[in-house]
Design a protein around this ligand. Structure first.
Ligand code: APR
Length: 311
């Protein structure tokens, strides 16, 4: 059986880490794609990773390219092409630049690999995934945005730090848009099955929720130039792995909703089952009144950014 072919569009900070993780997990052969100006950089990264293989013992091949032809018939694309944030910017400030890039990427993926599963990471995420879907005309289950996986991982990390317990035993989900209006569902968070609300005071939990909302910005500020890349890369790899290995993991992702949670015609973070069929289903559950209001609020923010993509 041929190895899976994983193409990474954008070979910058996240792209480089995606290549490392995909190769180490032997998800398939990895192609790192970037613009011609950055071709040397991605070819260099690919070669460096090929030379890491003897230590780690993985057999995936890693290539760098700026030629779309090399990506023909890829199984999975992970798209990070675009510019990241600088301090003081929010994700929406990236819209104008990244929109042009995502449209070009969508047409090229459609032309070279019309049956691929596509994970969008470029920001502003909810608008980027929407634009990709519209331009590519892919089926809704084959396009998904990486946001909830990262936001939930951040929430889990902060809870584990607070309780001083293994992060493996923390289960939490963050729904909604990938911005300040995201909705951490504190009611359903648990530590080893124990509700987080019995372990953490309401005031402290509120602080943790707020830190989660602005966790990306906290890192942007510390870096001074660029945004987070280790955790975003791992979050996208988890989604790619679930697709390629048909694991049917339940991951909060920006999936296309058609009535789920009362949302229609938008990509937004909802618990999604990812398997060989792409986004196979969305797991819906009853929201409490405050959660419903918060989800409505985040949907309005997503709608606003999406409407700006059509100007
Ligand atoms: N096609 C392919 N790659 C492109 C294109 C394009 N049309 N335009 C830009 N790129 C490449 C850049 O050359 C760069 O190497 O995308 C890469 C982006 O890498 P970084 O600047 O290091 O950004 P990164 O931190 O990886 O974040 C990428 O993901 O989380 C989001 O907000 C983040 O939108 C940003 C994206």
């Amino acid at each position: 059986m041929a190895r899976a072919k994983i193409s990474l569009i954008g070979g910058g900070q996240i792209g480089g880490n995606l290549a490392l993780l995909a190769a180490q997990k032997e998800l398939g052969d990895v192609f790192i794609f970037d613009i011609p100006k950055a071709e040397g950089m991605v070819k260099g990264k690919a070669l460096d990773l090929m030379q890491l293989r003897p230590h780690d013992g993985y057999d995936s091949n890693i290539y760098g390219t700026s030629n779309w032809e090399d990506l023909r018939d890829s199984d999975v694309f992970i798209v990070t092409a675009g510019i990241p944030r600088k301090p003081g910017m929010n994700r929406e400030d990236l819209l104008a630049t990244n929109l042009g890039i995502i449209k070009d990427v969508a047409l090229n993926i459609k032309k070279h690999s019309p049956n691929a599963f596509v994970i969008i990471v470029s920001n502003p995420l909810d608008a980027m995934v929407y634009s990709f879907y519209k331009v590519s005309e892919f089926k809704k289950n084959m396009v998904v945005g990486m946001a909830g996986a990262l936001d939930s991982a951040r929430f889990r990390a902060f809870i584990a730090m607070e309780v001083d317990c293994s992060v493996q035993d923390v289960t939490c989900m963050v729904l909604g848009g990938h911005g300040d209006t995201m909705v951490p569902i504190t009611r359903l968070g648990t530590v080893g099955g124990v509700p987080i609300k019995s372990l953490i005071s309401p005031e402290r939990l509120e602080e943790i929720v707020n830190r989660t909302r602005f966790a990306g910005g906290e890192i942007v500020k510390l870096f001074g130039n660029g945004s987070a890349f280790y955790a975003p890369a791992q979050s996208a790899i988890e989604m790619a792995e679930s697709y390629l290995r048909d694991k049917k993991r339940v991951i909060p992702c920006a999936s296309f909703c058609e009535g789920e949670f009362g949302i229609n015609g938008y990509f937004i973070g909802v618990p999604s089952v990812i398997g060989r069929g792409g986004v196979e289903k969305i797991l819906e559950f009853d929201l409490q009144d405050d959660e419903r209001v918060a989800l409505k609020n985040t949907l309005e923010a997503v709608k606003k950014t999406v409407s700006e993509t059509q100007l």
